[in-house]
Design a protein around this ligand. Structure first.
Ligand code: SF4
Length: 214
């Protein structure tokens, strides 16, 4: 896809989903942002937002979560799924923040990637949403599906998709395109039944155009 078409798509989505905030998770600081993003794997942001108040009421600081009893944490985050692994990840992440970074979440990609449970997607979200740093583009399941369908990328690999998106869009749009693709994926272009007939991208989207031709 050429950058002009990519820009047109961005503009249409931006008109469709005017927004003032770019995060679906409710957090107060970088630490909460990191923990909630780890918990958001394989579940909805709404579910994560429901467990956040009890989790941070009981463990308000990296130090308290670092020393938490695993079973108690599992009980609090149970409804987010995969709670055994997630409890290990978030307590391990808290320990790393305390032991290696003096209790403060680091603001660089390289340092974030040393934290248990933090991959590029989570690191990008923390950098963008908590620190306002555009280091890359977070590729979650919605961004991956829409990038492929619309034609931003031919790859199924999240790292490769991120590279393709960062080439197509100026840095100032990196946070925005993540938000817009997630909104559009949830509201109009879900995995099972994309609503191409009413979609604002139907004349530009590779998937919709190929269906018309077929
Ligand atoms: S045209 Fe269809 S496949 Fe393309 S983004 Fe819209 S809903 Fe999704």
């Amino acid at each position: 896809m050429d950058p002009n078409t990519a820009f047109l798509i961005y503009s249409r989505l931006n008109d469709r989903y005017p927004h003032t905030e770019n995060s679906f998770l409710h957090f107060q600081d970088p630490f909460q942002c990191m923990i909630l993003t780890i918990l958001s794997a394989q579940t909805t942001d709404a579910t994560v937002n429901k467990v956040a108040p009890s989790l941070f009421a009981r463990f308000p600081t990296p130090e308290s979560l670092a020393g938490a009893d695993l079973e108690e944490v599992e009980g609090i985050i149970h409804r987010t799924g995969f709670f055994h692994a997630k409890a290990r990840h978030i307590t391990g992440a808290a320990r790393t923040v305390v032991e290696r970074f003096g209790g403060r979440v680091p603001a660089t990609m390289d340092e974030l990637l040393t934290i248990p449970g933090v991959g590029r997607k989570t690191a990008n979200i923390v950098l963008n949403h908590a620190f306002g740093i555009d280091e890359g583009i977070a590729v979650d399941t919605h961004v991956r599906r829409l990038a492929q369908r619309i034609g931003f990328s031919d790859s199924a690999n999240p790292d490769r998709i991120e590279q393709d998106l960062t080439k197509l869009f100026p840095k100032s749009h990196w946070g925005g395109i993540t938000y817009l693709l997630i909104r559009h994926g949830r509201e109009v272009c879900p995995a099972r039944k994309p609503q191409c007939e009413t979609c604002v991208l139907r004349d530009l989207c590779r998937y919709a155009l190929s269906k018309e031709e077929g």
